[in-house]
Design a protein around this ligand. Sequence first.
Ligand code: AHM
Ligand code: MG
Length: 346
Amino acid sequence: SVAARAGGAGTPFTTWILQQEMEEKIDGELAVVLSSIGLACKQIASLVQRAGLQGMTGLAGETNVQGEDQKKLDVISNDVFCDVLRQTGRTGVIASEEEDVPVAVEETFGGNYVVVFDPLDGSSNIDAAVSTGSIWGIYESDSTCIPDFGTEDAAKIEEKCVMNVCQPGNNLLCAGYCMYSSSTILVLTLGEGVYGFTLDPTVGEFIMSHDNIKVPESGKIYSFNEGNYDMWTPGLKKYMDSLKTGGAEQGTKPYSARYIGSLVGDFHRTILYGGIYGYPGDSKNPNGKLRLLYECAPMSFIAEQAGGMGSTGKERVLDVVPEKFHQRVPFFTGSKKEVQYLESFM
Ligand code: AHM
Ligand code: MG
């Protein structure tokens, strides 16, 4: 079945990118950005696999702007992503979970894409060799926010970068993630379906393994950190209780709980098997934990392209216009019927 159909299962990622360019779904500049992200993911996959052998586990000794302890691999993965994106010469602004503010790239000579990313999400799992992942989203530069290094000072450039990055998910051109697990799998959308590529370590290339992923309409698996139950709203508690007696189909078998604590892993399982992933707001953190720009918006774009949903519980995540770079939102995603059922309790 390998190479059964041009562009289908068996197609190498690099060939697929060229096909997308030939079909004018992306331009040559974006093709370069995408292949550089593929390279970053391969480098991070290799680092994650050897982390326990090369002293890369544990803390880096720094705290990021959001007050989180950075792991050594968080910092290294961030450098990998930043380096490959700078080298393309096609990104105008790069913005990472691990950086305080979005950064303008001076050596850009075309394309000017805005790339937001979480280089290594779920990194609390690294030291136990459990799944982690990278998440990214790509936007076109807002022409009014392109920094001018010739005339503008650092403060002005920073202000423009923040404005350029704070675009609603509706503007995303591409969103993707790479999961570092028993296989390394890269999944992305360009706004026309969702495609998955598995890294073949024998040749070092991502090969299409998931042609046009569709999330099942419903699914009896829920993925929440239920340890926070006491801090949830009464509506959400009622919803959670109802899952244990069959959800929308009361009196049928209870849902199964699955929670890795790694968004990419939990999300990947949810779109393949169906069900719901949620990180709600609670009495301590009204907006939950996950970040809009480089976690919830890209995942919502992928979920919708796979026929599922991404919701704050009250509205479509892709409609939320960010006010701040590291803004958090409550997040529910997965099968359409499951997310709609959750929304009926909010
Ligand atoms: P991180 O960006 O600091 O790695 O945190 C994000 C992770 C997600 O991958 C995961 O869904 C969530 O945090 C788990 O949080 P918790 O440990 O509160 O359940
Ligand atoms: Mg993260």
